[in-house]
Design a protein around this ligand. Structure first.
Ligand SMILES: [Zn+2]
Length: 201
C-alpha cells in the first residue's frame, strides 16, 4: 500500500475516534512542543473550508504538527492553497493530499443561490463550474451535489495549475484524495483517491 493511502486510513481512523468521543490528540506538554519546534514532520496536506465546524486536526483527531493545512471558503484551489502545496510537497514530501468538502458549506451555498459576485472573485467561479457539472445529473439536492463536485474540481485545478502537485502525482510520491465531511454526524468518508494521475471529467 502507498504510504499516502496508509495515512488516509489513519485520518479516517482518527475520525472514528472523534465521532466516538474518544479523541486522543488535544493535550500537550512543554516537551512535546519543544520536539515539534525542532523537527516538524507533517504527514499530510489538507485543503479544508474555513467553516468553524471543520477544523481538520479535530475532525481527523490528528496531533499538532501532523497536518499541513490551508483553509479557504469552499475549499477551492486558491493561490494560498497552491503555495501551501508547494511547501508541503516540495519541502516536507507529504505522501497524501486531502481535499475535504463538507455538507452545509455556506460558500458553496452562496454560489448555488446565485451569489457569484463578491470577495473571492474567480474562486467563486470555480464553484460555479462545479455547480454546472453537478446540474447535469439533475440531483435532488444541488447544494450537496455541488459540494461533492467542488471537492473533485479542486483536485483537477491543482492538476492543471500546480507544477509541484503534478510532478509528485506522476512520480507516485503523492496520493490525492477527496473526502466528504458530514457536519450533522461528524462522519468523514472518502469520495475518491487518485494515484499516478488525476482522472476525472
Ligand atoms: Zn464550507
Amino acid at each position: 500500500m502507498h504510504r499516502g493511502e496508509q495515512v488516509l486510513e489513519e485520518l479516517i481512523e482518527g475520525n472514528r475516534r472523534f465521532r466516538a468521543g474518544k479523541s486522543t490528540h488535544w493535550c500537550y506538554d512543554g516537551t512535546s512542543l519543544a520536539a515539534l519546534a525542532e523537527a516538524p514532520a507533517p504527514r499530510a496536506a489538507v485543503i479544508c473550508c474555513s467553516d468553524s465546524r471543520v477544523p481538520p486536526e479535530v475532525i481527523f483527531d490528528q496531533p499538532l504538527g501532523s497536518l499541513f493545512v490551508s483553509r479557504v471558503p469552499g475549499n477551492v484551489a486558491s493561490d494560498g492553497v497552491k503555495w501551501m502545496i508547494e511547501i508541503a510537497v516540495g519541502e516536507f514530501h507529504v505522501p497524501l493530499l486531502v481535499v475535504c468538502g463538507h455538507t452545509g458549506c455556506l460558500a458553496v451555498g452562496q454560489i448555488v443561490q446565485g451569489k457569484t459576485m463578491g470577495a473571492g472573485g474567480d474562486l467563486r467561479l470555480h464553484i460555479l463550474s462545479s455547480m454546472f457539472i453537478a446540474q447535469k445529473s439533475k440531483p435532488e439536492d444541488l447544494w450537496h451535489a455541488t459540494v461533492v463536485e467542488n471537492a473533485h474540481h479542486t483536485i483537477e485545478m491543482l492538476a492543471q495549475h500546480s507544477r509541484q502537485f503534478r510532478a509528485a502525482i506522476s512520480a507516485d510520491e503523492l496520493v490525492a484524495a477527496t473526502v466528504l465531511y458530514e457536519v450533522q454526524t461528524g462522519e468523514a468518508s472518502v469520495l475518491a483517491v487518485d494515484r499516478h494521475e488525476v482522472q476525472r471529467h
